[in-house]
Design a binder for this molecule. Structure first.
Ligand code: SF4
Length: 369
């Protein structure tokens, strides 16, 4: 798979309310919107020539981009096309919350040139949605999906969460059954994790909730993969499935295939192949820096050759394309052992994780360094 052109990510740091599991940078208020928009324009101007190649993907994420009114989404998209060279036919994705999608908003998103929508459905059980602190119910999410289809979106991704405390495998598979009946082009299934600085983390630390045990999580993972593969989905990354190769997320694949990307907005991360940098995760600090004419970068990390090899290995092993054999620094015996254990497949030049290997995620890479 050839992926050379950079991707552009725009972080919209606003949400209607904060979900209980979320540690992404976003605030549940639109009060600093105008300042943020001014900052965003300035940052785009500062960074517009950073990559010489055109971008072939734009990903508007967050936060909740669809929480913004139509006029602001349009303004952001216009700025993107004015400041950056975006290739014709680029994949232009927006993340959408079911609460925000009605027929008018969906039509509008289609009209301004968005060609891929990722809808955060997360669960089709209202109790679970409540536990996750989502601001929508299952019916609302299904209606939002239908509306997106109705206005002509031909590339819809659905985000789902599993391994919620108390959730049974049957309940989860039932959700998936209803999801595949909609035929979304892309499905992401994320295992619920308890991240620091979230409400779930506090509940976990105070002993009010417990995490699902590891064997059960592994069972959910394997069953999810089997189930979706039976319905024809390609399990192309640990948490991601596409209805065909056409619908693999070109933008997200750049992160795993070590292709450069530029992140704009508070907390956004960027990578140019040799170094990585990230912006302040604070709208205030972000805007202050830009007002003074500086890039709002909190930190830059120069990557050594060794780090680059290690990261390529770790990231590649998250995908069905695997990693270069030459990056694996272990003996042939170790590789053969992992192959006999059914964790990898070795080809002439690559090491490809099996489904069992996927289930170990980053642990698999640690066996190979
Ligand atoms: S809507 Fe998304 S970004 Fe916003 S709080 Fe919930 S999970 Fe986080």
């Amino acid at each position: 798979m050839q992926l050379q052109k950079p991707g552009l990510y725009i972080h919209i740091p606003f949400c209607r309310s904060k979900c209980s599991y979320c540690d992404f940078y976003s605030i549940p208020s639109l009060a600093p919107l105008q300042k943020f928009l001014d900052g965003l324009k300035k940052e785009m101007l500062l960074q517009k020539d950073i990559f010489s190649q055109p971008f072939d993907t734009v990903y508007i994420g967050g936060g909740t981009p669809t929480f913004l009114k139509e006029e602001y989404i349009e303004l952001i998209l216009r700025e993107i096309f004015e400041k950056f060279h975006i290739e014709d036919g680029a994949e232009i994705t927006i993340e959408a919350n079911p609460c925000d999608i009605n027929i008018n908003k969906a039509k509008f998103l289609k009209e301004i040139g968005i060609n891929r929508v990722v809808l955060g459905i997360q669960s089709l059980m209202d109790e679970i949605l409540k536990f996750l602190g989502r601001c929508h119910l299952a019916d609302q999410a299904l209606r939002a999906y239908e509306v997106l289809r109705k206005v002509g979106f031909e590339n819809i991704g659905v985000d789902m969460i599993y391994a919620v405390p108390g959730q049974s495998l049957g309940e989860w598979l039932n959700d998936l059954k209803r999801i595949v009946s909609l035929s979304p082009e892309h499905i992401s299934c994320y295992e619920l994790t308890f991240e620091k600085r979230t409400r779930l983390w506090n509940l976990y630390c105070s002993g009010k909730i417990a995490s699902m045990d590891e064997d059960k999580k592994a069972c959910f993972f394997m069953q999810t993969s089997n189930f979706l593969e039976n319905y024809g989905y390609i399990h192309y990354e640990v948490s991601n499935f596409a209805r065909s190769e056409l619908y693999i997320s070109t933008h997200n694949l750049k992160y795993w295939m070590y292709v450069p990307y530029l992140g704009i907005g508070p907390s956004a991360h960027s990578f140019d192949g040799k170094k990585r940098w990230w912006n302040f995760a604070s709208i205030k600090k972000y805007c202050e820096m830009l007002k003074k004419g500086f890039p709002p970068v909190e930190e830059t990390e120069q990557l050594s050759e060794e780090q680059i090899c290690m990261e390529k290995l770790f990231l590649g092993l998250r995908t069905c394309y695997g990693t270069e054999l030459s990056l694996c620094k272990v003996s042939k015996d170790m590789l053969n052992l992992l192959e006999r254990e059914g964790l990898i497949r070795i080809t002439e030049k690559r090491v490809i994780p099996t489904k069992k290997g996927f289930s170990l995620a980053d642990q698999l890479a640690s066996f190979l360094v």
